[in-house]
Ligand binder design. Structure first.
Ligand SMILES: NC(=O)c1ccc[n+]([C@@H]2O[C@H](COP(=O)([O-])OP(=O)(O)OC[C@H]3O[C@@H](n4cnc5c(N)ncnc54)[C@H](O)[C@@H]3O)[C@@H](O)[C@H]2O)c1
Length: 264
């Protein structure tokens, strides 16, 4: 089982501060697998809790859309961990859900600044550490919304996730021969605090949620913990030749066509 062994691997998880979020679950999952962690978030209180739970050795308030923050964070990763084996990019902004023709430019720009530029900045800072050791991997958190359309005012968010998927493929091709693999997880709807907050809204509960569930052949929302196994796999030597893959972790959402559905 050494193929799956992550003990001692140095792993950065960005956006690890939201209790109940995917970043938090991934940080705990990597810690339980024995990885040495470096974590960052803009939410300092949340980050402090995750650091306590995981024993992360490096942590910082870092806005991934700010170049100086990212450079400083990865400099401390280099100094304290001496290298980097995996970068997991998690944060996102979904600043406003509204019809595309009403979306303010500032919202469009903020979503791209965090969801796309932020991932680029972190990858750019991580790559020299990985290239120096001839080995490493990046796991971007994408979305089923990067492959198919959600509607419901999600078009800018979806465009950022498509950009993440295509960035993943391009980087995989650029760096595969130098030992750095780049993959993405594409979750469907995950029951995070963000989604749970909508459950009190009768329109969401009665109209939107049933449609979401119809698109999930396993008949339930995903959980943040559902992301852990696939992420550990992608970071491990078991995935040594998995490169440039957008791995759906969606209970079958992308596999199903509009007329599909499990027998009930
Ligand atoms: N929740 C879902 O249903 C779902 C579905 C598909 C894909 N995803 C993707 O999964 C990822 C995680 O989503 P989640 O809902 O679990 O979020 P989450 O609850 O893990 O929160 C993301 C974290 O990112 C932090 N963050 C936000 N902006 C930041 C910035 N500029 N710099 C640093 N940190 C920042 C937040 O403080 C938060 O702690 C996102 O990339 C999202 O697009 C989520």
């Amino acid at each position: 089982m050494s193929l799956f062994d992550l003990a001692g691997r140095r792993v950065v998880v960005t956006g690890a501060g939201a209790n109940g979020g995917i970043g938090h679950a991934l940080a705990i999952g990597f810690a339980r697998a024995g990885a040495r962690l470096a974590l960052c978030d803009i939410d300092e209180e949340g980050l402090a809790r995750t650091v306590e739970e995981t024993g992360a050795e490096v942590f910082a308030r870092c806005d991934i859309s700010v170049e100086a923050d990212v450079e400083a964070f990865f400099a401390s990763v280099r100094e304290k961990l001496g290298g980097l084996d995996a970068l997991v990019n998690v944060p996102f902004v979904f600043s406003r859900r509204c019809p595309p023709h009403e979306l303010p430019l500032a919202d469009w720009e903020r979503m791209f600044a965090v969801n796309v530029t932020g991932y680029f900045l972190c990858i750019r800072a991580a790559l020299p550490l990985m290239l120096a050791q001839g080995k490493g991997c990046v796991i971007n958190i994408g979305s089923n919304a990067g492959e198919t359309a959600l509607g419901r005012g999600a078009f800018a968010y979806s465009a950022t996730k498509s950009a993440v998927h295509q960035m993943t493929r391009e980087l995989a091709v650029e760096y595969g021969a130098r030992g750095v693999r780049v993959n993405a997880l594409a979750p469907a709807q995950v029951l995070t605090p963000g989604l749970a907050a909508h459950m009190d809204n009768p329109h969401f509960r009665d109209n939107v949620l049933p449609r979401i569930l119809m698109g999930l052949p396993m008949g339930r929302l995903l959980t943040p913990e559902d992301m852990v196994g696939p992420a550990l796999f992608l970071a491990s030597d078991a995935a040594a030749c998995v490169n440039g893959v957008i791995l759906p972790v969606d209970g079958g959402n992308l596999a199903m066509n509009a007329g599909g559905g499990a027998p009930r």
